[in-house]
Design a protein around this ligand. Structure first.
Ligand code: FCB
Length: 464
């Protein structure tokens, strides 16, 4: 059956289709073109930090193979491509003039995209902080926010003639809490109070950068990408309901409220009182952080279901990221999971989008990441069958369509990811790509989901 034979559920005209990647996960070439080490270079070379001792030294070698990767994007029929700029490539010391070779690389990538009618959607920071700035204290230091806004303003000024869409940060929650409290991401610190400082300075860097870029070019479309999840209590017992509220505060509202309302949630201060008095929040910061944005990027992978636990239950591992609420326990519902162990819950995407509209108003939304890791392997005939990814994406696209039908201003969707790549602490063991990468040869093989996704972008819809 072809798409001509069936009714399609269509996306609105102008709805944007893309895929997403991040610099450290795909580029490789970590010592070329004047790039300096980032916190991820240091962390990935730390024994025991990454599964199999994997590093991003080579990754997908995208730095050298970007024309081939842009051709793959064109085959997918996408209108936009979301990628991140490596700060240590563009401004190796974290301050001062831009590095010409770094600008040249991204400039060529942008031209290649535009030649194929694909619009670049850039993220200024997807976790690769110059190591020199971490050596000076990293995101817990206020100065890092100023360094970030200077970097953002310089890069924006150089590339804004060809790039309309600018995202300041990707998932500041992970940068702050997985990096500085749980220690599972770079820089691998386990200092809860420092993680709260980091969150605030990431927000401040975002707000200052938005202000600078807005002043430089009112025509740019500016935003930030947050990883958001519904947080549900496992029962309606008051302690479970409060556990869910606390996790919602420390993962969702700690970013949404300052960015979209210019204030921290009232209950944050109470929830984290044993860890920090938030004295690092300076008068005027929240006005900067609340600078108007044009779009909000939402990364959605799964829902959290939680219950109240014992005081020590979450003090190590990932749950240590819930600063001030490390007693809360995540509960599995026994649903099918992806290779990440994340439960597949397409309704959660609808719920997240609806919640933003309900609690924060009608900001234009884009799903800037959604996708799934599965244990993909090439078959004997050379194809890479990945029916689970097709079904994951299909169900989440349908949630997006329902959100749009209900009047939510969702304008686009970026699948994570174009290519299999370096999945942070998991190294190369988790494959999220629409395109399979053979890391021995760097051969790219579009998976069955790539062909399916190209059908969706061309039809601009799904079978009824
Ligand atoms: C998100 C990250 C992205 C990728 C996906 C699976 O948290 O932004 O780089 O690792 O998860």
């Amino acid at each position: 059956m072809t798409s001509d034979d069936v009714d399609l559920v269509r996306f609105p005209d102008g709805f944007v289709w893309g895929t997403a990647t991040a610099s450290y996960q795909i580029e490789g070439a970590v010592t070329e073109g004047g790039r300096s080490p980032s916190i991820w270079d240091r962390f990935s070379h730390t024994p025991g930090a990454i599964v199999n001792g994997d590093t991003g030294d080579v990754a997908d070698d995208h730095y050298h193979r970007y024309p081939e990767d842009v051709a793959l994007l064109a085959d997918l029929g996408v209108t936009h491509y979301r990628f991140s700029l490596a700060w240590p490539r563009l401004q190796p010391d974290g301050h001062g003039a831009l590095n010409a070779a770094g600008v040249d690389f991204y400039s060529k990538l942008v031209d290649e995209l535009l030649d194929r009618d694909i619009k670049p959607w850039v993220t200024l920071y997807h976790w690769d902080l110059p190591q020199s700035l971490e050596d000076a204290g990293g995101w817990p230091e206020r100065d890092t926010a100023y360094r970030f806004s200077d970097y953002a303003a310089l890069v924006h000024d150089r590339l804004r003639d060809r790039i309309e869409y600018w995202t300041t940060l990707n998932e500041p929650w992970c940068s702050a809490f997985v990096g500085y409290a749980a220690g599972q991401h770079a820089p691998g610190r386990t200092e809860p109070a420092a993680a709260l400082r980091a969150a605030h300075h990431l927000l401040l860097g975002h707000g200052l950068a938005v202000g600078r870029m807005r002043a430089q070019d009112p025509a740019s479309t500016l935003g930030i990408t947050l990883n958001l999840a519904p947080v549900d209590p496992v029962t309606d017992a008051p302690e479970d309901v409060d556990a869910a509220r606390r996790v919602d505060v420390i993962s969702n509202r700690i970013f949404l409220d300052p960015i979209l309302r210019g204030e921290y949630p009232g209950d944050l201060r109470r929830d984290v009182a044993a860890v920090s008095d938030l004295a690092f929040v300076v008068d005027g910061d929240l006005a900067d952080i609340g600078a108007p944005i044009d779009v909000l990027g939402v990364n959605y992978y799964t829902r959290h279901v939680v219950r109240a636990g014992s005081a020590s239950s979450g003090s190590t591992g990932r749950a240590a990221a819930w600063v001030g609420s490390t007693d809360v326990e995540a509960v599995s519902r026994g649903l099918p999971t992806t290779e990440m162990g994340w439960e597949i819950d397409a309704q959660g995407l609808y719920d997240v989008l609806a919640r933003i509209r309900r609690d924060y108003g009608a900001i234009p939304l884009y799903v800037t990441e959604n996708g799934a890791a599965f244990a993909d392997e090439p078959a004997a005939d050379g194809t890479v069958p990945d029916p689970d990814r097709v079904s994951y994406l299909d169900s989440h696209f349908r949630s997006a369509l329902r959100a749009i039908a209900d009047g939510i201003d969702l304008r686009g969707y970026f699948v994570w990811s174009l290519l299999d790549n370096f999945e942070w602490a998991w190294g190369y063991t988790k494959r999220f790509g629409l395109v399979y990468v053979d890391y021995e040869t760097q051969q790219r093989i579009p998976k069955d989901s790539a062909r399916w996704f190209a059908g969706v972008t061309r039809a601009h819809g799904l079978p009824e």
